[in-house]
Write a protein that binds this ligand. Structure first.
Ligand code: DX5
Ligand code: ZN
Length: 232
C-alpha cells in the first residue's frame, strides 16, 4: 500500500516553477510596499522591464528605479532589457543590482559579444526572443547562456493576451536544451494567468513572469503561492 502511494506520488510530482512578478504592473507610488510583498511571498525572482522607446514602442523605467528596488530586496533581480545597444549600459545595470540580464536577439547583431560582456560582469546571461523569432536561431548560443526569455506577447506592454503558439515554441526549445544536455532555463514572459500556467509548465517552462495576474489581484501573495504549487 505504502509503495503504491509512493509510486503514484513519484509519477505526479513535478518540479516547482520559479515565479517572477513583473514590476511593470505594480503601483509605483507604493514601490517599497510592493517589494515587501514580494519579499514575503514565495516568488524567488523580481522581473524588471526596461524599455527605451526605440526597440519597443514604449518607455518604462531605468537604472535609478532598479537601484532603489535593489535596496529593498534580496531576491534575484531579473532585468529584461528591451533596448537597442544594450552593451552601453551593461555595467550600469550590474552596478544598479541586476543578477540576471537579458538582451533581445533582435536587438543584438553581435549577440555572442553581448553575452560574454554580461558574464564577464558576473551576471547570469539571458536571451529574449520575440513571438515571431524561431527558437532554432538560439541553437548556437544555447551553450553560452543561462536563460531564454521566450516572449509570449509582443514586448512593450503589460496586460496583453498570451499568444497560444508559444506552447509549440516551449516544447521545441525544451527539446533543443535537453538534446544538448544543457541546464538553460526557459522563462515565459507575457499573458501568464492562473488558467494557462499549467499548460505552459507542462510544455517545459521553468520560470513564469507574471505582471497583471499578480499585481492586479487583491491577494498577490496568494496568487504567487497558487502559481508556485500548480499541478501540471
Ligand atoms: C512585456 C514585459 C512583460 C510584462 C508582463 O514587454 O516584458 O514582462 O510586464 O506583463 P503581464 O504579465 O501583464 O503580461
Ligand atoms: Zn519582461
Amino acid at each position: 500500500m505504502y509503495l503504491a502511494v509512493k509510486f503514484i506520488l513519484l509519477l505526479t510530482t513535478t518540479a516547482m516553477p520559479i515565479i517572477a512578478p513583473s514590476f511593470l504592473a505594480c503601483d509605483f507610488l507604493k514601490l517599497g510596499q510592493e517589494c515587501q510583498m514580494v519579499n514575503e511571498s514565495e516568488a524567488e525572482w523580481l522581473h524588471l522591464d526596461v524599455m527605451d522607446g526605440r526597440f519597443v514602442p514604449n518607455i518604462s523605467f531605468g537604472i535609478p528605479v532598479i537601484q532603489q528596488i535593489r535596496k529593498a530586496t534580496r531576491k534575484i533581480c531579473d532585468v529584461h532589457l528591451m533596448i537597442v545597444e544594450p552593451e552601453k549600459y551593461t555595467e550600469a545595470f550590474k552596478k544598479a543590482g541586476a543578477d540576471v540580464l537579458s538582451v533581445h536577439i533582435e536587438a543584438c547583431p553581435h549577440l555572442h559579444r553581448n553575452i560574454q560582456q554580461i558574464k564577464s560582469l558576473d551576471m547570469k546571461a539571458g536571451v529574449a526572443v520575440n513571438p515571431h523569432t524561431p527558437v532554432e536561431l538560439l541553437k548556437d548560443i544555447l551553450p553560452d547562456i543561462d536563460i531564454v526569455n521566450l516572449m509570449s506577447v509582443n514586448p512593450g506592454f503589460g496586460g496583453q493576451q498570451f499568444i497560444a503558439h508559444t506552447l509549440h515554441k516551449i516544447r521545441e526549445l525544451r527539446k533543443m536544451i535537453d538534446e544538448q544536455g544543457l541546464s538553460v532555463k526557459i522563462e515565459i514572459d507575457g499573458g501568464v494567468t492562473l488558467e494557462n500556467a499549467s499548460s505552459i509548465l507542462k510544455a517545459g517552462a521553468d520560470i513564469l513572469v507574471v505582471g497583471s495576474t499578480v499585481f492586479g489581484s487583491d491577494d498577490p501573495k496568494a496568487v504567487i503561492s497558487q502559481l508556485k504549487h500548480l499541478a501540471y
